[in-house]
Design a protein around this ligand. Structure first.
Ligand SMILES: *[C@@H]1O[C@H](CO)[C@@H](O)[C@H](O)[C@H]1NC(C)=O
Ligand SMILES: *[C@@H]1O[C@H](CO)[C@@H](O)[C@H](O)[C@H]1NC(C)=O
Ligand SMILES: *[C@@H]1O[C@H](CO)[C@@H](O)[C@H](O)[C@H]1NC(C)=O
Ligand SMILES: *[C@@H]1O[C@H](CO)[C@@H](O)[C@H](O)[C@H]1NC(C)=O
Ligand SMILES: *[C@@H]1O[C@H](CO)[C@@H](O)[C@H](O)[C@H]1NC(C)=O
Ligand SMILES: *[C@@H]1O[C@H](CO)[C@@H](O)[C@H](O)[C@H]1NC(C)=O
Ligand SMILES: *[C@@H]1O[C@H](CO)[C@@H](O)[C@H](O)[C@H]1NC(C)=O
Length: 352
């Protein structure tokens, strides 16, 4: 179990609300998936697929994104560079050259770092991990190349893939239909010439907490220096349906090999608590002067199957327009709306 400490110095008074549900804090946040057709082939096309995480603070953590779609016709994937389809499907109709994937609904994942050079592609091979736009725009991109066969071979005959799904990891994203957009323009390496894609389409995926899960994934407890009473997280704050599956912190099971291995379905292995949340945020008011206040924030991970190696805490508070000092962590104000009170974001990458 790891405990993180964050100390803030701000102004007076405490009122805290955690960004749960749909995101008023990042109303324009989305993940865009762009297909640039770079060349036509005798039976289809070669496209570069680029995923941009335009969300201010929601990153995609390990084990990374999974992208799916449904082909409009009988398309197949001849080859893929920088990513791979998880299943080949039934390619028995093919002789000689066998496609990489013949499934009507391919499911694609990123490659892991360190794959051989000839399987790499710019911005690939990060195990599907995508930083948020607010955290690190340069690491918020993922890309791969796909060569599609049995497809249209002109911009009039090509059919756009349908029904895009993005898991990041776990549910939460809903994707729009693909839409033809003006072709992307690319600069040549010497920046003296521009080329352009033969055809481009975009898909936009947005996140919703309600789609992701019924219950929140964290809760907030409060305390102050002047009163011994701790206001704990509400009972069953994150739902008690799985209470029978939780594990006591002194359980012998914890020393078993593989107990920390993440599951494919992301099912958590929670320590038994009355709130049953994977994460608890404790907000402790340390000082409260006329000129400023200071709080210590403690984040505790109760999920034995996840190490939150890269995380972001978003908090909204009327006084946080003037946070003057943050110790131990990076922070950044997020100010998309003038009308709602200001908030801040703590960005952090810890090394274990
Ligand atoms: C996606 O996010 C970007 C960056 O915030 C924004 O400019 C764009 O309008 C959004 N797209 C959609 C379809 O919401
Ligand atoms: C398509 O997606 C790219 C990012 O991948 C974005 O820069 C571009 O603005 C999008 N185009 C439209 C018309 O939404
Ligand atoms: C298809 O290509 C023609 C030129 O070859 C171009 O005029 C037209 O705008 C393109 N259509 C689309 C949907 O990209
Ligand atoms: C879209 O994909 C989802 C999940 O893979 C599937 O349940 C649904 O039936 C698909 N819809 C269509 C129209 O293919
Ligand atoms: C501490 O807080 C509790 C709960 O709000 C309250 O009942 C109690 O009177 C407080 N004690 C002091 C010394 O302020
Ligand atoms: C998290 O880190 C600890 C200590 O480094 C390690 O023992 C554990 O297996 C890791 N768990 C996961 C889910 O990666
Ligand atoms: C922020 O706080 C500093 C001193 O702590 C003060 O001088 C400044 O006026 C404040 N700014 C705003 C916008 O409140």
């Amino acid at each position: 179990m790891r405990t993180y400490l964050i100390t803030l110095v701000g102004l007076l008074f405490v009122l805290f609300s955690y960004a749960a549900a749909y995101d008023p804090l990042d109303p324009n946040g989305n993940i865009t998936i762009k297909w640039d057709v770079m060349s036509w082939t005798p039976d289809g096309y070669v496209a570069v697929v680029t995923m941009n995480n335009f969300q201010m603070y929601r990153h995609i953590m390990s084990p990374g994104w999974t992208l799916g779609w449904t082909w409009a016709k009988k398309e197949v994937i001849w080859t893929m560079i920088g990513a791979q389809a998880t299943e080949q499907g039934d390619c028995s109709k093919f002789k000689g050259n066998i496609p990489h994937c013949c499934k009507k609904t391919p499911t694609v994942v990123d490659m892991l770092p360190g794959v051989p050079y000839n399987q790499q592609f710019t911005n690939c091979c990060k195990g599907g991990v995508l930083a948020s736009w607010g955290q690190d725009p340069q690491s918020s991109v993922s890309a791969f190349q796909v060569s599609v066969g049995q497809a249209g071979t002109t911009n009039k005959t090509v059919k756009l893939p349908k029904n895009f799904t993005l898991l990041g990891p776990g549910p939460g994203y809903t994707c729009s239909p693909a839409k033809i957009v003006p072709p992307t323009k690319f600069f040549t390496a010497d920046l003296r010439r521009k080329t352009q894609a033969l055809m481009t389409w975009n898909v936009t995926c947005t996140y919703s907490q309600f789609v992701a899960q019924k219950h929140p994934k964290c809760c907030v407890s409060l305390s102050t220096f002047y009163n011994e009473t701790i206001t704990s997280c509400p009972s069953c704050a994150c739902g008690c349906e799985n209470k029978h599956k939780c594990i006591k912190s002194d359980s012998k099971l914890l020393s078993m090999v593989g107990v920390n291995t993440p599951r494919k379905d992301n099912a958590p292995l929670l320590q038994c608590t009355q709130h049953m949340c994977p994460v608890r945020i404790h907000w402790h008011v340390k000082l409260n002067y006329k000129e400023y206040w200071r709080v210590k924030i403690t984040l505790t991970n109760f999920n034995y199957r996840v190490n939150y190696t890269q995380w972001t805490l978003v908090a909204q508070h009327p006084n946080l327009n003037n946070v003057t000092q943050v110790f131990s962590f990076d922070y950044k104000p997020l100010v998309p709306y003038q009308s709602i009170s200001k908030f801040f974001e703590i960005l952090h990458q810890y090394k274990s």
